[in-house]
Design a protein around this ligand. Structure first.
Ligand SMILES: Cc1ncc(COP(=O)(O)O)c(C=O)c1O
Length: 361
């Protein structure tokens, strides 16, 4: 079967599985914030409608200043991108024909981007038996041979967060060996305030490159906005590679307001904590394995029937719930499902369907 590469494709899944349901599936496969977008966004976009008749400011100065202030870094350390996806491809271009290490399972676009730019890729794996912790020893042994290591923190699809002390060891070592450490922080905004971005390290480690996305937290994947943070010399090179007007004028107009809406992020974190605590408790009681996630999605497997994940997938779809398959996540090979945390009512619906599965299987 040709599984789609990304989540959020309910119609193509229905077609693929030949399932006749008139109702929309509840989409647990895309890990977007269900509270978004912020209520004011629609009206603000309408108010900036006229901006679509003009070319955007090529340096996106208002948004760039807003991002730099938000992150506490200089403007020459950031580059706005067309979502995190463009940031990934720009970074890969920087290492064209080089050697990369990717810690898998993780977001598939690092590998795709590396292949696109003829980068030789070696994988190392997070192991469930090791609590999905970073395999520090193997990475340490391979680091000096590599130009770049791709890490995702929090990691998609597991939801785990690499410990700061481990990362510090890697960037410090990489600084000596000339190895760059790329950390994709697309989901960092969902973490509790005590676990922060690595942007504070940018001034110390010229070999650190951070990737960000605003599409997850603010539920704007169709609007497209992300950014890259790195040493000014790296940003300078990447800027020259970027296609002009990569950021559209509508999104350029709303970035300062999005980043200024601290209440929205605070409310999201509060909602997330409330939902995840009770949901995880109920799922564990039903005897499902959950990955030790700290963000708005997690891996799930039936502890009692670990080899029936595909049947569980079909069962959920037939009952109106769309999970994310894990066939194209290296090392997972379909053995788990990835589920997003959704609204209270939708999470409740998931629990009801899983209870039914438990009773019938
Ligand atoms: C880890 C990670 N990084 C980056 C992206 C790309 O997001 P976007 O291009 O919408 O900003 C995704 C999307 O799923 C992701 O999971």
């Amino acid at each position: 079967m040709k599984w789609p590469n990304h989540g959020g494709q309910s119609e193509s899944i229905k077609k693929l599985l030949d399932i006749q349901i008139d109702k929309e599936l509840i989409d647990f496969s895309a890990n977007l914030n269900p509270l978004g977008p912020p209520f004011w966004l629609k009206e603000t976009l309408m108010n900036h409608y006229e901006s679509v008749t003009r070319y955007p400011d090529p340096s996106y100065s208002k948004s760039s200043v807003a991002v730099a202030n938000h992150e506490g870094v200089e403007q020459d350390s950031i580059l706005l991108t067309n979502g995190g996806a463009e940031a990934i491809f720009l970074v890969a271009k920087f290492f064209e024909k080089g050697k990369a290490l990717i810690v898998q399972p993780t977001f598939g676009e690092y590998e795709r981007a590396c292949k696109h730019y003829h980068i030789e890729v070696e994988d190392v794996l997070y192991e469930q038996t090791n609590g999905f912790n970073l395999p520090m020893q193997v990475i340490g042994e391979k680091l000096k041979e590599k130009d770049v290591i791709f890490l995702c923190r929090p990691n998609n699809p597991i939801g785990t967060v690499i410990a700061e002390k481990d990362l510090q060891l890697l960037v410090t070592e990489g600084k000596k060996t000339g190895t760059y450490i790329v950390v994709d922080e697309a989901f960092v905004d969902f973490l509790p305030d005590s676990t922060t971005s690595l942007s504070k390290w940018l001034a110390i480690y010229p070999n650190l490159i951070l990737l960000r996305s605003l599409t997850k937290m603010y539920t704007i994947p169709g609007l497209r906005i992300g950014y890259l943070m790195a040493h000014p010399t790296v940003i300078h090179v990447l800027k020259n590679e970027q296609i002009p007007w990569s950021i559209n004028s509508l999104v350029d107009a709303v970035v300062p307001k999005l980043l200024g809406d601290k209440g929205f992020v605070k409310d999201t974190k509060k909602w997330f904590l409330e939902q995840s605590e009770s949901l995880y408790c109920d799922l564990s009681t039903l005897d499902f394995y959950l990955s030790p996630s700290q963000v708005n999605f997690y891996l799930l497997q039936d502890k009692k029937q670990q080899n029936r994940t595909e049947e569980l997938y079909y069962f959920l779809v037939r009952h109106g719930i769309l999970p994310r398959h894990t066939h194209n996540f290296k090392g997972l090979n379909g053995r788990f499902l990835r589920l997003a945390i959704r609204s209270k009512e939708e999470n409740q619906r998931l629990l009801v369907v899983l209870q039914k599965w438990r009773m019938e299987s």
